[in-house]
Design a protein around this ligand. Structure first.
Ligand code: SAM
Length: 228
């Protein structure tokens, strides 16, 4: 068995042989394409397996088969694509503002034999578009923005009763700062701590209690400049 396979097997105990085949291909394509374009600063295969693949799977227990999910600011596909590898029946949309990342993702999905919708655009614009606004059970995001900004970028995609789910490290300070954004966006925040050997990791759930007011998200750039 290849060394790469052993690394993936150790990092991803929940993956069966078919899923491991896909992770192996993902790892190879990610590192190959990364030489031509900036996809990830993490290039050591063990670190890719742990910090990208295994970390991305943290939301898996919260996504039932068939759940309609958008990954906002997916970059090279994290967390959406690892989740899709283990749950191919997810209805997944991958959104990013950088077209070249979507070009990578299009090739990746074709090679993996998996289906997802790819959307190019800024979350501020997509969140005001009827095709995407309040259409998803969950909006995932990892390493995109601080929580007050992130709530404005992600919660408009979620149906009432669904949740935006943010992957975070130590989030105590961000949670405190996000209180007014949560109030204005009609979401309730809760933190789920993760058992991780990568230091402190958690998922922040923003449970949507009522529709997002029409004013949000504000125009592109404003959420970052003037966080709620
Ligand atoms: N989620 C991936 C991960 O965990 O590795 C990528 C993280 S990368 C640091 C942030 C990504 O978010 C980039 O691909 C960037 O293009 C995208 N992004 C940042 N702001 C965005 C916005 N307002 N709308 C859509 N995508 C955005």
């Amino acid at each position: 068995m290849s060394e790469m396979r052993d690394i993936l097997k150790a990092a991803l105990p929940q993956a069966d042989e078919r899923a491991l085949d896909r992770f192996e291909l993902y790892q190879r394509l990610l590192l190959e394409w990364n030489e031509k374009m900036n996809l990830t600063a993490i290039t050591d295969p063990v670190e890719v397996a742990r910090k990208h693949f295994a970390d991305s799977l943290a939301a898996l227990p919260y996504l039932q088969p068939g759940t309609k999910v958008i990954d906002v600011g997916t970059g090279a596909g994290f967390p959406g694509v690892p989740l899709l590898i283990l749950r191919p029946e997810l209805q997944l949309t991958l959104a990013d503002s950088l077209q070249k990342r979507l070009t990578f993702l299009e090739t990746l999905l074709r090679e993996l034999g998996l289906r997802a919708q790819l959307v190019h655009g800024r979350a501020e614009d997509l969140g005001q578009n009827r095709l995407y606004r309040e259409q998803f059970d969950a909006a995932l995001s990892r390493a995109v923005a601080g929580l007050p900004v992130l709530l404005e970028l992600t919660t408009p995609f979620v149906k009432v009763g669904g949740a935006a789910i943010a992957y975070k490290g130590d989030a105590a300070e961000e949670l405190e700062k996000a209180k007014s954004a949560a109030f204005l966006l009609h979401v309730q925040l809760r933190q789920v701590e993760l058992a991780s050997d990568l230091g402190k990791r958690c998922l922040i759930f923003a449970d949507k209690k009522a529709p997002t007011p029409k004013a949000y998200p504000r125009k592109a750039g404003t959420p970052n400049k003037k966080p709620l």
